[in-house]
Design a protein around this ligand. Structure first.
Ligand code: SF4
Ligand code: MSK
Length: 677
């Protein structure tokens, strides 16, 4: 298989060629060795829920149409999907639980752990939302009470989750009417697993609604709590410059890669890497410094708060090790390939597994304990320095590719970047959408999969949307795909955005693709949507906004969970490749059709990225029409009506903060490129 069919990223292609020459198997080789994949499994009609099976339904209608227990294809597909949603919700939410534990630790004397409340303003905002007394109390006392209240949310049995109250009333009314407002985070996940057990829920649509409930417990519960607490502990991100791709690995420095999801230890590693004693150790070993770079969502976490460079997304994890330049790879949970120690054995690379929940044969275990975080971080840095002394420079092959980027946008700082100090708010964006300058906004998120040429769908979708004047917000590995391709630079507006979007980006000084964080930070996107509704003028609930979501190269069960909570929150969601739903007409018709009557959102399952583009644009245009917004000024870059401009965005000042990043300057409309007749 040609490396160009494996990845569109030139850095990946180089390392893949090297891997081929060296005879090292990567995820792509293992994927190929498994061909053809099981057709029953792909359709979702294989059931292994009880030990009378596995049962599989003949999709051609000739063989068995029901399992031993009588379950048909619709129930089997719905049950398999529901179990995937439960698993994804569990993963995100357990991440949330862990960071709440770190907050609890920070509420004690943090001298041993090294954790403290960094963002006291956010702590106090959360305290007032969660009904925790603040007057005359220290940050540590408030943090302790907040951690206890949040912990209780996981096990809550009745009522609704506290952060759900952030949702617009329209959404909450729909959830209540449908009976899918989540009560407790753990409760919904457990109930979904129970209902999908053999011989319990036999109605596929009821099961899919229960799956939406568990997914909502993730998006508006576990993930939202994770994001909030991480901001309290490690600071609220601000727009920040950095670089992405394998070229960020340093030939003369100790390269320590962080990979996984929970930022508690990786934040501490960043601090340890700046410690004078650790730096002296590195120098004694002959290194010029200690370079911390990231893979997957841990990368996004330390990028947006610390500006640490990103080595790559999901399919880069093995490639980074294969460069021979990684001295130590530290992993925690989720999206960590068990193959890593085998790949690392090709070089001197040490792999350290730090989660008590994720043992990896061949990796060195150092179990992360929040109360010893500082000590553990220093121990890991020391091991990285030791490994550096064994690095063989003659076997190091670092691709040169690395792209500049700006990351770190959040629902909290965007109003400032959009409106500046004096007019902070979403009004400039809302006006631009209402005036037909910006068509809408789309969240492009999710993973890589060897089923799709790495990054191809992400980049195609993002570029097509930009050209159609759609503002793009991104998280996870999708954001990293764009980062590697240079789409997170402010200059990308000039290169890829349609004229309307370009004018807005230049006037307010933002890139056309906004990096908003990691997978749990999809909750930030929900919060931006809530703020757009609150601003008024482009929809009274999330389902009325001219917005959509997409997961162009989905791999993880978490991705389908995110899709479920997006759809349950009223958001049209394109999901690629088609998940295991094709074996049931009932499931597909509900999720791609009638669910819209329930929640206002729906899925588009497709393998064709252009179909996703067209589906998203048609959906946004339908919403614009219903809202009676002004016609678009441009279609595919061509002015529709070069006449009246309802409101010039040039009156908005360049926001403070972005000037120093060089993220664009206020320009006159003619400088920004007025539409040509
Ligand atoms: Fe077969 Fe039913 Fe058991 Fe599934 S639950 S394995 S369909 S008998
Ligand atoms: S890391 S879930 S591969 S986005 Fe969040 Fe990337 Fe998908 Fe993992």
């Amino acid at each position: 298989m040609d490396v160009k069919d494996r990845s569109v990223d030139p850095a990946a292609q180089q390392v893949l060629l090297y891997a081929q020459k060296a005879g090292v198997a990567t995820a792509w080789d293992r994927y190929q060795a498994l061909q053809p994949l099981c057709g029953f499994g792909e359709l979702g009609v294989c059931c292994a829920v009880c030990f009378m099976g596995p049962c599989r339904i003949d999709p051609f209608g000739e063989g068995a149409q029901v399992g031993v227990c009588g379950a048909n294809a619709d129930l089997i597909v719905a049950r398999n999907l529901a179990r995937a949603v439960a698993s994804g919700a569990a993963a995100h939410s357990d991440h949330g639980r862990e960071v709440v534990g770190v907050l609890r630790e920070a509420s004690n004397d943090g001298s041993a752990s090294g954790y403290s409340v960094v963002n006291a303003a956010k702590l106090r905002t959360l305290a007032s939302e969660w009904g925790i007394a603040e007057l005359g109390r220290s940050a540590r006392e408030i943090a302790g009470d907040l951690a206890r209240a949040m912990t209780a949310e996981f096990g809550q049995q009745e009522g609704i989750l506290k952060p759900l109250l952030r949702a617009p009333e329209g959404q909450r009314t729909r959830w209540a009417a449908l009976g899918i407002a989540p009560r407790g985070i753990d409760r919904e996940i457990v109930e979904l697993l129970h209902r999908s057990h053999h011989g319990v829920e036999s109605e596929p649509i009821a099961l899919l609604r229960a799956a939406m409930r568990a997914a909502l417990a993730d998006g508006w519960g576990g993930s939202m709590i994770a994001t909030d607490v991480q901001d309290v502990l490690f600071g609220g991100p601000q727009a920040i410059r950095s670089r992405a791709n394998l070229g960020v690995l340093e030939e003369r420095q100790v390269n320590l890669l962080v990979h996984g999801h929970e930022p508690a230890l990786s934040e501490m590693l960043v601090h340890a890497s700046r410690d004078a004693e650790m730096l002296a150790l590195a120098r004694q070993a002959g290194a010029e410094g200690i370079n911390i770079a990231g893979i997957c969502c841990t990368a996004n976490e330390v990028l947006m708060r610390q500006g640490m460079p990103v080595a790559g997304n999901y399919l880069h994890q093995e490639l980074a090790v294969l460069t021979g330049a990684v001295d130590l790879l530290v992993v925690d949970v989720q999206c960590v390939m068990p193959s890593l120690p085998t790949i690392a054995a090709c070089h001197h690379t040490r792999v350290v597994a730090t989660s008590a929940k994720a043992h990896i044969p061949g990796a060195e275990p150092i179990v992360f304990e929040p109360h010893r975080a500082r000590e553990i971080a220093r121990e890991i840095v020391k091991r990285a320095v030791e490994a550096f002394t064994r690095r063989d420079p003659s076997r190091v092959r670092i691709p040169r590719e690395k792209a500049d980027l700006v990351a770190g946008f959040t629902n909290e700082n965007l109003p400032h970047y959009l409106g500046g100090r004096f007019r902070s708010g979403y009004r400039p964006l809302v006006d631009a959408i209402a005036a037909g300058r910006v068509r809408g906004a789309v969240a492009v998120v999710g993973c890589n999969t060897p089923k799709i040429t790495q990054d191809r769908h992400h980049l195609t979708l993002v570029r097509r949307l930009l050209a159609e004047d759609v503002l793009v917000v991104q998280t996870g590995c999708s954001a990293i795909a764009s980062a590697k391709a240079g789409l997170l630079r402010p200059e990308a507006a000039l290169e890829h955005a349609g004229p309307g979007l370009r004018e807005v980006c230049e006037a307010v000084g933002i890139p056309p693709v906004l990096h908003v964080g990691s997978c749990v930070d999809n909750s930030r996107i929900l919060s931006v949507c809530v703020a757009l509704v609150a601003e008024g003028g482009i929809g009274n609930d999330l389902s009325e906004l001219p917005i959509a979501a997409a997961a162009p190269e989905a791999m993880s069960e978490k991705a389908i969970t995110i899709g479920f909570y997006a759809v349950a929150s009223g958001i049209f969601t394109a999901f690629m490749p088609v998940p295991r739903v094709a074996g049931s007409r009932v499931v597909r018709e509900y999720l791609e059709g009638t669910v819209e009557q329930d929640t206002g959102g729906k899925f588009l399952f497709t393998d064709d990225v252009e179909q996703a583009v067209q589906g998203i644009l048609a959906h946004i245009d339908r919403k614009r029409k219903t809202l009676k917004l002004a016609p678009m000024m441009y279609q595919s870059g061509v002015p529709v009506d070069a006449g009246v401009v309802p409101r010039s965005l040039v009156e908005y000042e360049t926001p403070r903060g972005l000037e120093s990043l060089g993220c664009g300057k206020a320009q006159t409309r003619s400088q920004a490129g007025a539409p040509k007749d």
